[in-house]
Design a protein around this ligand. Structure first.
Ligand SMILES: *[C@@H]1O[C@H](CO)[C@@H](O)[C@H](O)[C@H]1NC(C)=O
Ligand SMILES: *[C@@H]1O[C@H](CO)[C@@H](O)[C@H](O)[C@H]1NC(C)=O
Length: 567
């Protein structure tokens, strides 16, 4: 009895010890990922680092390193980290009084918490709703629900009188962020006879302004009548969903406003308008223990009869030249709500992820009001879907920023996001994030220094209806010793004809700087042949052999692979 109690005690002791061992075995590891949504305590800027300097961002007490070359996504614009400061101090109005928040994706590397992607906004975007109860044309201010005074934060005066106090928190001047539910641009009249925002562009039933109507065919527009090439005015009584920042004077400075208005354009006519309300980009990780997120978007259109092309906007890391990569062509939904267009790529590999995606009617664009390009809409991605663990309890995988070209390779000459900023004093290339938020920095391209008269690189994508081919101007010279890229063989198909076999292989790499090669093993061996780039990171090649190959083998210029697949 006693002895067995002793044995029990000993086993209990062993368990305790074991528990202790197990506990210490669940050791932390490094690098590990973090994605934060928290309150900003502080921000610092490396004062000697120039326009692309990094610094630190403190969120909920955690100090995060902001690498050099970081661009920060704000509600309407993307800015260099240095643009977030005035005289070395964070330019966040009322910081300490109202909550400024950040979403940060990054990795902890050797104990250092390093950001990859940063988004900043005030008070969970201040998403509010209500009725416009008065509008003052002389100031452009308007009041919602008899209490909240608002103004469009519109430094360029696109949608109303110019307002320049806090230009970082601007409306989107190129892709109307002041619009109807269907994407039609809306405005606040600058005076009672503002020809660019006339009350006559809003039909009435008696004394009541309509909230749902279709614009006439532009060929049938009569002077003083409804005109689809002019904005539609907001009026007292409109129900709006709006976001902005609170600033020193207590006025809400609006950066996005949607009026609950069903404004449509005549089927098949231009100008027609559209807007995007949500876009998520799924990041593909070849690691089989991870589940891939979806790539999807939702847009709204004024012309549901015309198909809409959704495309990713790739950026040449050296020149900043944009090229479009088609993702999906969709016919807008004919059912209620009319104008909704949902794009779902599912878990199809849409790599590489881009900072922005675009939407355009397949009929192309047309000049819109006040310099807008009607018929297309560019949208920054706020929602990058990083792969998630399939098996809970396994080690978290660091976020694979090396698969995101604009972070790994850079994005061409810096252009300030602030509409009112002078251009950078000397042309500077946005390069790879440094320090790199991962184990080892991927290889980069050797870019020629930017010309002093650098052409406009960022901003709106080309207004042509046809996507341009990816630029190949940059030479794939790696600088430091690069990490081998990860190669995935996507498809292998064979076709036999007259005793010959044509083998076609499609493969992809996670490093844009990589060139893939295909070799064939079998009766008839084929030495590695350069594959043809079909879109950034995707390669294809067909090879003819006598007899059927046994294996295809893909390698890369960055020492990736060899990856073999039996035929
Ligand atoms: C600040 O920037 C300079 C120039 O890029 C760099 O040499 C220095 O290491 C940076 N300092 C910090 C603390 O990151
Ligand atoms: C009304 O505003 C428009 C646009 O700013 C301007 O061109 C026009 O001169 C203004 N009219 C009056 C009477 O102030």
């Amino acid at each position: 009895m006693f002895s067995s109690l002793g044995a029990l005690f000993q086993r209990a002791l062993a368990l305790v010890t074991l528990a202790g061992v197990v506990y210490s075995q669940a050791a932390t590891y490094d690098p590990y990922p973090f994605s934060f949504l928290g309150t900003i305590d502080d921000m610092t800027l490396n004062a000697t680092g120039g326009p692309l300097a990094g610094g630190t961002l403190t969120v909920n007490g955690f100090v995060i390193t902001i690498p050099k070359n970081s661009l920060v996504t704000l509600p309407s614009i993307t800015v260099a980290w240095s643009e977030m400061f005035v005289d070395g101090k964070p330019n966040l109005p009322l910081l300490g009084t109202v909550s400024w928040e950040a979403t940060v994706f990054g990795n902890v590397v050797q104990g250092q918490r390093i950001a990859g992607l940063v988004f900043i906004f005030q008070e969970t975007t201040q998403l509010l709703q209500g009725f416009i109860t008065s509008i003052d044309y002389t100031t452009g201010h308007f009041i919602v629900d008899n209490s909240q005074e608002c103004v469009l934060n519109d430094p360029l005066g696109r949608y109303g009188l110019p307002y320049t106090t806090n230009p970082l928190w601007t409306v989107d001047a190129d892709d109307p962020s002041v619009h109807s539910s269907t994407g039609y641009p809306l405005c606040i009249p600058r005076n009672s006879t503002d020809a660019e925002c006339p009350l006559t562009n809003r039909p009435k039933d008696g004394d009541v302004f309509l909230t749902s109507f279709t614009m006439p065919d532009p060929a049938l527009v009569v002077p003083g009548g409804l005109d689809p090439s002019i904005m539609v005015p907001l009026v007292v009584g409109d129900y709006i969903t709006y976001s902005g920042i609170k600033a020193e004077d207590g006025i809400l400075e609006i950066y996005s406003l949607e009026g609950n208005l069903g404004i449509y354009t005549a089927p098949g006519t231009k100008p027609a308008y559209l807007t995007c309300v949500a876009a998520q980009y799924g990041i593909i990780d070849p690691n089989p223990t991870l589940e891939t997120a979806e790539t999807r978007a939702t847009a709204f259109v004024t012309d549901p009869s015309t198909t809409v092309q959704w495309y990713a906007i790739d950026i040449d890391p050296c020149t900043g030249v944009e090229s479009e990569r088609d993702l999906l062509l969709i016919e807008p939904d004919g059912t209620a709500p009319i104008g909704q267009t949902v794009f779902r790529l599912g878990k199809i590999n849409a790599s590489p992820a881009t900072r922005e995606v675009g939407f355009r009617y397949s009929s192309g664009t047309a000049p819109g009001p006040r310099g807008l390009v009607a018929g297309q809409f560019n949208q920054p991605i706020f929602d990058f879907g990083f792969p998630e663990l399939i098996s809970f309890g396994s080690n978290e995988i660091p976020l694979e920023f090396e698969t995101i070209p604009f972070l790994a390779m850079g994005s061409g000459p810096l252009e300030y996001g602030n509409y009112l900023a002078d251009p950078p004093p000397t042309p500077t290339l946005v390069g790879q994030l440094s320090p790199w938020p991962g184990n080892s920095a991927p290889g980069t391209l050797a870019c020629a220094p930017p010309a002093s008269t650098s052409a406009s690189a960022s901003g709106t994508a080309s207004a042509s209806g046809t996507p341009s081919a990816p630029s190949t101007s940059a030479s794939a010279t790696s600088t430091s010793t690069p990490v081998p890229d990860l190669i995935t063989i996507l498809t292998v198909t064979t076709r036999n004809q007259k005793g010959e076999t044509t083998t076609t292989v499609e493969a992809e790499t996670n490093n844009l700087a990589s060139q893939l090669f295909l070799a064939i093993l079998g009766v008839d061996n084929v030495d590695p042949q350069p594959m043809t780039m079909t879109s950034p990171s995707l390669f294809s090649l067909s090879v003819v052999t006598k007899g059927k190959p046994d294996f295809v083998v893909v390698t890369s210029s960055l020492n990736g692979g060899p990856i073999e697949e039996a035929v």
